[in-house]
Design a protein around this ligand. Structure first.
Ligand code: B12
Ligand code: SF4
Length: 468
């Protein structure tokens, strides 16, 4: 069968956005599905909306391409784009069967089901079930059910490695100190923690038990990637790579003994870092050069409200430990959290000032379907009545809930972002620290909204230079 997989992740960036840092990263879900489908004898191609010029380009490509079935992946934020893509396909090729899967269909199948453009909604994991459904369709012409629960592999080593050939471009390193070629990799599924702005969404997608590939499988894939791409740096996408200490110990030993020296980065939590400084040292010694840490807030009340399981004191101590081992800090935090006061935002500001991260990455609080805080927002009616694109994206500088003083939130968004010792433009250069002239150029190009924090930072920097 001829299958086209679609990556619709253009909500925040628009078409023609296959550049910058995150914009160039491959989608591992689709790449794994591609490997499984190809192993079953199918022809698989990709339509990455980030690499297209617009809907006309999309329509023309669909008309020109021979396809029997389509598989679309969908986060909640992708809903509108995915529906539009599927509707166009149905308009020009009504015989093509359209399958949709990923976080949103797994969490809210009833909402997705209402869209008649989708023939089949697959909940949960797809590498076993999608090829089976395609076989049913091809060999027996069987009627496919509207909603299917995907079969989960207990042993993730049985899942195929991501088919990176699906994507015809290289991934870009996130930061200038990571040299290209750069690759991303994912070793596990799920997270054992219980933050209320996130869980239980991942448990709905991946099940209760966290599963991680064996160290051997990850090292073997890295060896393959070294041969294939001669990568010089890499990132591990796992929600929390330090969750399983025994795994980390085994991994660090294997990484070094296999002769790898390439630096890498990934996600961790403040409480784990505080409890395991020796594990941080071990990782630093193996090549870990940066941690993305979800500090979220500097207020203990807000951290408790978020069920973060970390305190302000732990956030500060974790930063101290990371700096002691020369690990750079990418600080994730949210502003405009439900119930948060302006004074509590100031606590986040003072915490970040003390941490002085390498990179500050603020998010507007955005309610994510599948999370307990989303449920609370529905129950208490504090979500603003908005389109999924705006409500579910934390990169938009737009209000999402009732309550926060958004003028103040905006101000603090800009004021905190410049506390990072370096400014990285996630939409612009390939992970470059952007010089002032370029920020000004962006302003001239009229990309004011998206780059507002960087422009603010640039003008502040200019003022400081003038003062000197
Ligand atoms: C890496 C990542 C990113 C990368 C994505 C890079 C890329 N090009 O794909 C970046 C950093 C850019 C990113 C951005 C965002 N992300 Co993100 N991300 C992740 C993360 C950590 C890993 C994704 C992954 O590779 N998983 C492993 C693969 C194997 O799983 P999978 O993709 O779900 O695919 C499997 C199944 O779902 C299924 N499947 C998937 N698609 C399909 C399609 C078909 C047809 C079928 C049959 C099956 C199927 O089969 C796959 C194999 O089993 C997840 C959390 C997680 N652990 O999954 C969050 C996660 C997906 N992100 C999330 C969010 C909220 C976002 C943002 C909206 C945040 C924001 N800025 O506002 C943006 C949106 C970007 C966009 N679409 O415009 C949420 C989604 C929640 C939701 N309700 O949608 C998650 C679940 C994190 C969380 N717990 O909150 N993200
Ligand atoms: S926010 Fe991070 S640590 Fe918390 S449950 Fe979600 S993935 Fe796990």
């Amino acid at each position: 069968m001829k299958i086209t997989l679609i990556y619709p992740g253009i909500t925040d960036t628009g078409f023609d956005s296959l550049k910058g840092v995150e914009g160039s990263w491959i989608n591992h879900g689709l790449a794994i599905l591609s490997a499984a489908l190809k192993a079953d004898g199918n022809d698989v191609e990709l339509l990455d909306l980030r690499g297209m010029k617009g809907w006309e380009d999309f329509r023309d490509t669909v008309i020109a391409r021979d396809m029997d079935a389509v598989g679309i992946t969908m986060m909640s934020v992708d809903f509108n784009i995915a529906v539009k893509a599927a509707t166009i396909i149905k308009e020009v090729k009504s015989h093509v069967k359209i399958f949709v899967g990923g976080p949103h269909p797994s969490i809210l199948p009833g909402v997705v089901e209402k869209e008649s453009c989708f023939d089949c909604i697959v909940r949960g994991e797809g590498e076993v079930t999608f090829p089976r459904l395609i076989r049913d369709l091809a060999d027996q012409g069987l009627e496919i059910p509207r909603i299917v629960q995907g079969e989960k592999l207990e042993n993730l080593d049985e899942s195929p490695w991501a088919d990176r050939n699906l994507f015809s471009y290289m991934e870009a390193p996130a930061f200038p100190f990571f040299k290209p070629p750069f690759v991303t990799l994912i070793a596990g599924r799920g997270c054992q923690y219980n933050c209320n702005f996130c869980q239980p969404s991942e448990r709905i997608i991946f099940g209760k038990k966290v599963r991680r590939r064996s160290v051997k499988s990850v090292i073997d894939e890295l060896k393959f990637l070294e041969k294939q791409y001669s990568f010089n740096s890499w990132m591990i996408h796992d929600d929390c790579i330090t969750e399983d200490r025994a795994w980390v110990e085994e991994f660090c030993a294997a990484y070094k003994s296999s002769g790898f020296t390439q630096p890498f980065f990934g996600h961790s939590r403040a409480d784990i870092i505080c409890k395991n400084p020796d594990m941080v040292e071990m990782l630093a010694d193996a090549g870990m050069q940066m941690f993305i840490v979800g500090f979220e807030s500097g207020s203990d009340r807000v951290l408790k409200y978020l069920r973060k399981g970390c305190t302000r004191a732990q956030n500060l101590e974790a930063a101290r430990i990371l700096k002691a081992y020369k690990i750079k800090i990418w600080a994730n935090y949210m502003l405009g959290i439900p119930t948060e006061t302006n004074d509590e935002i100031m606590e986040t500001y003072s915490m970040l000032k003390q941490i002085a991260p390498y990179h500050c990455s603020p998010s507007y609080y955005a309610p994510h379907p599948g999370s307990d805080l989303f449920k609370l927002g529905e129950e208490q009616g504090f979500h603003l009545d908005k389109d999924p694109e705006e409500l579910y994206s934390r990169s938009r500088f737009k209000p999402t809930i009732k309550g926060p003083d958004y003028r103040f939130v905006n101000k603090m968004f800009y004021k905190t972002i410049v506390l990072g010792t370096e400014l990285i433009d996630p939409f612009g250069g390939a992970g470059e620290e952007i010089p002032i002239y370029r920020k000004m150029l962006l302003l001239l190009k009229g990309r004011i909204k998206r780059h507002a924090p960087f422009i603010y930072a640039a003008s502040r920097a200019l003022k400081q230079i003038k003062k000197k």
